[in-house]
Design a protein around this ligand. Structure first.
Ligand code: GDP
Ligand code: CA
Length: 355
């Protein structure tokens, strides 16, 4: 079984851990594993195509937040209380950088995390591509899945915001020109303004020249199942899909494409995706996001759409149109529930294949 997942950071990590766990249960590797939960390997292979839209150069180093969230979480070295970054983190270097006036004072980089960024930046300077760097980073821990950045091109997402005060962007790199609009890096909008400035549009840099990273198109073409994680549909999944060649690869694969809703009962369950959906004219509902991705039958992305049990009416509405949709518990409270969710998505893929 070869499963390829499109994923963002935090929602993506929970889901991918569930996929890894469910694979170990369904297709255990007899040569590994002690039989204890979460410790067994699998003969299934799982590839994750990771959003790179949140990536940024800051304080002289390259950050790849979604890649690192997946890396830390799958390695089990993540901070489970905070929900991001490394466990046992300290912030001494960040305090020094603040004294020097380097970087963003409202964007703290942990010391252990900075170690990752320094390693990545050193390898980039040696001439490695981001996907080659990603390969090196994941050699450190046995993740049980393969992570590939969606693209090696720097496609950092920028947000166009309404700003009556604007007479130009703060860092001089944006497009503000006294028009009451300002463009800023996604991380500034998300972290400094907590996504409270209304977003007018999301723009990825260098998109025209971007291509899927080596291995991405193959992972989609050779998959038995493609899963769209319950990640932010705009700035995580949307950015992956915007890379030229990505939609073509998904349209061409023989594998069923199953999406999992990040919206439950009209609400984003973690994060601030509801600040992103209005900018692209999509309602915050499981049905609207499913329709936004679209069904392959009609030239869209999905063969099947999985929604939460509270959104069973959305599944029924889509089914009434002959589209494949189902409901299951979508809250990923713990590893068991994430694995059950992954199992429901895998089962829906089987249904899609035989449909
Ligand atoms: P980010 O990169 O950290 O923003 O993380 P992602 O893009 O991967 O995922 C963020 C989205 O995951 C949020 O907008 C939520 O809607 C969704 N999400 C988080 N936790 C859960 C959960 O337990 N169940 C479901 N279905 N979605 C979730
Ligand atoms: Ca992210």
């Amino acid at each position: 079984m070869r499963i390829t997942v499109l994923a963002g950071g935090v929602g993506g990590s929970r889901f991918v851990r569930g996929v890894r766990e469910e694979c170990a249960r369904r297709w255990p590797d007899p040569s590994t594993g002690s039989g204890r939960r979460g410790e067994g390997g699998t003969v299934a292979s799982v590839t994750v195509i990771v959003n790179t839209g949140d990536d940024i150069w800051l304080s002289g180093v390259r950050l790849m937040p979604d890649f690192d969230s997946l890396l830390y979480s799958l390695a089990g070295v993540n901070d489970t209380e905070r929900g991001w970054g490394r466990a046992g983190e300290t912030e001494r270097v960040s305090a020094e950088l603040r004294e020097w006036g380097v970087g963003w004072p409202w964007f703290t980089l942990g010391d252990l995390d900075l170690g990752t960024h320094l390693a990545r930046t050193a390898w980039l300077r040696d001439g490695l591509t981001p996907s080659q760097v990603g390969e090196r980073l994941q050699r450190r821990w046995p993740l049980g899945v393969r992570l590939i950045p969606a693209t090696d091109t720097e496609v950092d997402t920028h947000v166009l915001v309404a700003d009556p005060e604007a007479s130009g962007s703060e860092d001089g790199s944006g497009s503000g020109s006294g028009t009451g609009e300002r463009e800023m890096h996604f991380q500034e909008w998300w972290t400094r303004y907590r996504a409270t400035l209304p977003a007018l549009a999301f723009r990825q840099r260098n998109l025209a020249e971007a291509r899927p990273a080596p291995g991405v198109v193959e992972a989609i073409a050779d998959a038995d199942l493609v899963l769209i994680a319950p990640s932010n549909p705009v700035v995580s999944i949307g950015t992956i899909l915007a890379v030229p060649g990505m939609r073509e690869a998904l349209a061409a694969t023989a594998a069923p494409v199953v999406g999992v809703s990040p919206i439950i009962g009209g609400k984003v369950v973690r994060g601030m995706a509801d600040a992103c959906l209005p900018a692209i004219g999509v309602e915050t509902s499981a049905e609207a996001v499913g329709r936004h991705y679209g069904f392959r039958r009609d030239g869209g992305l999905l063969d099947a759409w999985l929604v939460d049990e509270t959104d069973a009416a959305a599944a029924a509405a889509l089914s009434a149109e002959g589209l494949l949709a189902a409901s299951a518990p979508l809250w990923m409270h713990d590893l068991d529930r994430s694995a059950d969710l992954a199992g429901a998505a895998i089962d829906l893929g089987t249904t899609a294949r035989s449909a």
